[in-house]
Design a protein around this ligand. Structure first.
Ligand code: NDP
Length: 480
């Protein structure tokens, strides 16, 4: 069976332990490859390689660093079909989605930061004839980048690209649930001419490899995307070590639909924002609040569209929804459907595991699920489910819907649907959320700040924010 390898010091190597973890294909429920069960010894080897590589990478002209990264993004583009297939087999997401979103976005991430880093500039503060201040930005050294399974290569590259482009060496850990495209990226980085030790990719469990990266004294910055509980664990270790930390965490995002919305667009986009990638996107809207006067009309149209969504083999382009990433995650999602029923909810469509025919019968499929009749403050409406499950709730006033929307501990993203510009601005100003879309969803410009408030995270990624995170600013004052 195929064995994935770590990338350390420019070489693809087995883990020191020489033991491996089973890698499942969630669309069939079968094991199809083996992942290194790495530990702190592999992290130690990577740190030694990165320390060695850092001075030359830091001092390399940024145009040259940029050229290596552009070559890497070109190679991902060249291998788009291969990588998209690998992503879909590993994660369960539809192949059409990997081809149109995940892999193209990995190309853009690297290309974007390869060029953005050329435009990062220092600042000067004149004190007239007395003195001149100027700032210098220098890379931090070794950056630890830890990413989740839902958008594997997309989120992995979103972290490592700004870290590398700004002159850091990187020790990165993809989720052990979806390691395959990070392994292919390792191969491509060698082909792109990335100097040995600059990018190191270590596979394995979070509590071993991830924890070893977070607690390593020679890794001064941790950029993490994943669950809120893991973010809390990381902060507990990293904060007393005074590490820089960027945490992109969970969400329980509201969609607020006013009666004066463009009805058709609101319905179509809400279907997408609810069930894209099996609902496994941190930005998916999972609580849908609809103004009471159009509640029944919206519910009927929404459910009619949801029932049309085909679920099954991710490699078949007819299917809009693929498999849930793992059996434990599928069971967690289904347990929330049971909880919703206990809390008084009515499942108006979906709610159950599906067993497509043939080799996919044992895969992890869930019918897109819509639930109504719950209160805004019940557990189903407060906790992140991270699957194809949404709730519908009517509201009467702006004040009421803001109370509902802001009631969770999260604050990542929100969508507001209204044609009333003033109301849109008023509602947005009062939403506790790092990202808000008005009359759209997931329209992204890579220059914009990305991140959440409350338990959805600390710091911002995207644009110059990420380049600033991965560099340290120094002020220099010259007496004239
Ligand atoms: P987890 O928090 O379980 O894992 C994320 C990564 O952290 C994995 O690589 C994991 O390894 C690793 N990890 C686990 N424990 C530790 C530890 N103690 N120290 C260091 N690393 C550790 O998240 P999921 O992979 O389950 O991803 C889903 C979550 O990610 C959801 O909550 C979702 O909302 C959030 N997310 C947030 C985004 C955002 O931008 N705000 C974007 C996408 C997802 P392992 O796989 O071995 O557990």
């Amino acid at each position: 069976m195929m064995k994935i390898l770590n990338l350390i010091n420019g070489q693809l190597v087995a883990p020191v332990s020489d033991t491996y973890i089973d890698n499942y294909n969630p669309s069939t429920g079968t094991i199809y490859s083996l992942i290194p069960d790495s530990d702190e010894r592999d992290v130690e080897n990577a740190v030694a390689a990165a320390k060695n590589a850092f001075p030359a990478w830091r001092d390399m002209p940024k145009e040259k660093r940029s050229a290596i990264l552009i070559k890497l993004s070109d190679l991902i583009q060249r291998d788009l079909d291969k990588l998209a297939l690998a992503e879909s087999i590993d994660n369960g997401k539809p192949l059409w989605l990997s081809k149109s979103v995940d892999i193209p976005r990995a190309v853009s991430n690297i290309h974007f930061y390869a060029t953005a880093s050329l435009h990062l500039h220092d600042e000067a503060y004149s004190m007239g004839t007395v003195a001149m201040n100027y700032t210098m930005r220098t890379p931090l050294g070794i950056a630890g980048c830890i990413s989740p399974w839902n958008l594997p290569l997309y989120l992995f590259t979103w972290k490592i690209a700004p870290a590398l482009a700004s002159g850091n060496c990187v020790i990165a850990k993809p989720s052990e649930i979806t390691p395959m495209t990070a392994f292919h990226l390792a191969e491509l980085s060698i082909e792109a001419g990335m100097p040995a030790g600059v990018l190191n990719i270590i596979h394995g469990y979070g509590h071993k490899v991830g924890a070893a990266i977070v607690s390593h004294k020679d890794i001064p910055a941790i950029s993490f995307t994943g669950g809120t509980k893991t973010g809390e664990d990381i902060a507990r270790v990293a904060a007393p070590m005074f590490k820089k930390i960027s945490l992109e965490l969970g969400g329980k995002n509201p969609n607020i639909i006013f009666a004066d919305c463009d009805f058709e667009k609101a319905v179509q986009t809400t279907v997408r924002s609810s069930f894209s990638n099996q609902g496994e996107i941190c930005l998916c809207g999972s609580r849908i609040f609809v103004e009471r006067s159009i509640y029944e009309k919206f519910k009927t149209a929404f459910v009619e569209e949801v029932k049309k969504l085909k679920v099954g083999n991710p490699l078949n382009d007819e299917n809009w929804i693929g498999a849930i990433v793992s059996k434990p995650h599928m069971e967690k999602i289904l347990s929330y459907v049971q909880l919703a029923k206990q809390e008084g909810g009515t499942v108006i469509c979906g709610g159950q595991q599906l067993h497509p025919e043939g080799e996919h019968a044992n895969g992890y499929y869930i019918a897109p699920t819509v639930i109504e009749g719950l209160t805004y403050d019940c557990r189903t409406n407060q906790e992140e489910i991270f699957g194809p499950v949404v709730t519908l709730m009517p509201f009467d006033t702006e004040e009421q819907v803001l109370k509902y929307a802001n009631s969770t501990t999260y604050g990542l993203a929100a969508s507001v649907w209204t044609q009333h510009l003033t109301r849109a601005h008023r509602v947005v100003a009062n939403l506790q959320s790092g990202i808000v879309w008005i009359n759209t969803w997931l329209l992204r410009d890579l220059r914009t700040p990305f991140g959440g408030v409350k338990n959805s995270g600390v710091g911002r990624e995207g644009g110059f924010e990420a380049l600033k995170f991965f560099t340290e600013e120094k002020n220099v004052c010259i007496k004239l």
